[in-house]
Ligand binder design. Structure first.
Ligand code: ADP
Ligand code: MG
Length: 276
C-alpha cells in the first residue's frame, strides 16, 4: 500500500462533531492506520478523556502513563508521551488518561489556554505527514485547543435522522476560532459513516449532506460493519483486525482520497468501491 503522495507539510486534521457516537474515534484510528499503511507517518492525538482512541490502537493509557494531559496542563513535551502503535509501521499515539477529564477546568486558569496543544505540536520535532486529533463530544477547551492546533476539520456524520442537527454550533465555533485564533482553519472533509446503502433513509441523509456541504464530502463513505465495531476490543484497528473486510477497504479508500485531495489531485471515483 505504498506510493501515495505525501503532503509537503504536516496536515493537522481535527476530527470533531459534538455529537457522541457518530464515529469520530473509529474514523480517527482507522484513517490514521490507513494513511500509515499507505506509507505515511501519522500521529493520533487522543483528546477524549475516555481514551477510546488509545484503547483502539492498543496503547497503554492507565492513570500513570505520560499522556496528553501532561502536555496540556504540565507543559510536558509531546515527544515524551508519544508511543509507537504496535503492528502498524509509521503510526504513533499520544494517549489520553482519565485525568484529562479535569483538564477542561484546569486549563481555564492557565496562560494561553486555547493554544497549548498548538505550541506542543509546533515544538515536536519528529517528521510527520499527518496528525489526527480525536475530539471529545463537546465544544469545550479541549476541542478549542484542537481547533487552534489544526488547519483542517474533518467531520464524521452518521447517516441517520437529525444528522445535520447540532452541526451549526460546531461550524460557528470553527468560524469563531478562525476569526480570532487560527486564520487557517477550515472544514476540509466530511465523511459519511455507518452508511447502510439498503435503506432509503441513509441515501436521503447522504444526499442532504452532499447538497449542504458539496465538495468537502468524500466520495467514499464508510459502511456499517460489525468488523469495524469488533476491532477496538482487540486493541486493533479494522485494518489489521480484518484487512479484507468492507470496513477496512472503505477506510483505506477514504485515506487515499484524503491524501490525493491534499495535493490537489482529483479523486477518480472509478476506483472507489464503496461510494455512496
Ligand atoms: P464517537 O467517537 O463519535 O463517540 P465512535 O467512533 O466511538 O463514535 O463510534 C460509536 C460506536 O459506533 C462504537 O461502538 C463504534 O464501534 C461503532 N461504529 C462506528 N463506526 C461504525 C461502523 N462503520 N460500523 C459499525 N459500527 C461502527
Ligand atoms: Mg470518541
Amino acid at each position: 500500500g505504498e506510493g501515495l503522495p505525501r503532503p509537503e507539510q504536516t496536515r493537522v486534521m481535527v476530527v470533531a462533531n459534538q455529537k457522541g457516537g457518530v464515529g469520530k474515534t473509529t474514523t480517527t484510528v482507522n484513517l490514521a492506520a490507513s494513511l500509515a499503511l499507505h506509507g505515511a507517518r501519522v500521529l493520533v492525538i487522543d483528546l477524549d478523556p475516555q481514551g477510546n482512541a488509545s484503547t483502539a490502537l492498543g496503547i497503554d493509557h492507565h492513570a500513570d502513563v505520560p499522556s496528553i494531559y501532561d502536555v496540556l496542563v504540565e507543559s510536558k513535551p509531546l515527544s515524551e508521551v508519544v508511543q509507537p502503535v504496535p503492528d502498524v509501521e509509521g503510526l504513533f499515539c499520544a494517549p489520553a488518561t482519565i485525568d484529562l477529564a479535569g483538564a477542561e477546568i484546569e486549563l481555564v486558569s492557565l496562560v494561553a489556554r486555547e493554544s497549548r496543544l498548538q505550541r506542543a505540536i509546533q515544538a515536536y520535532e519528529q517528521p510527520l505527514d499527518y496528525i489526527l486529533i480525536d475530539c471529545p463530544p463537546s465544544l469545550g477547551l479541549l476541542t478549542v485547543n484542537a481547533l487552534v492546533a489544526g488547519a483542517e476539520v474533518l467531520i464524521p456524520i452518521q447517516c441517520e435522522y437529525y444528522a445535520l442537527e447540532g452541526l451549526g454550533q460546531l461550524l460557528r465555533n470553527v468560524d469563531l476560532v478562525r476569526g480570532h485564533l487560527n486564520p487557517n482553519l477550515h472544514v476540509s472533509t466530511i465523511l459519511l459513516t455507518m452508511y447502510d446503502g439498503r435503506t432509503r433513509l441513509a441515501s436521503q441523509v447522504a444526499d442532504e449532506v452532499r447538497n449542504h456541504f458539496g465538495d468537502e464530502v468524500l466520495r467514499t463513505s464508510i459502511p456499517r460493519s460489525v468488523r469495524i465495531s469488533e476491532a477496538p476490543s482487540y486493541g486493533q484497528t479494522v485494518l489489521t483486525y480484518d484487512p479484507g473486510s468492507s470496513g477496512a477497504l472503505s477506510y483505506f479508500e477514504a485515506a487515499r482520497e484524503i491524501a490525493l485531495r491534499g495535493v490537489g489531485v482529483r479523486y477518480d471515483v472509478q476506483h472507489a468501491h464503496a461510494g455512496a
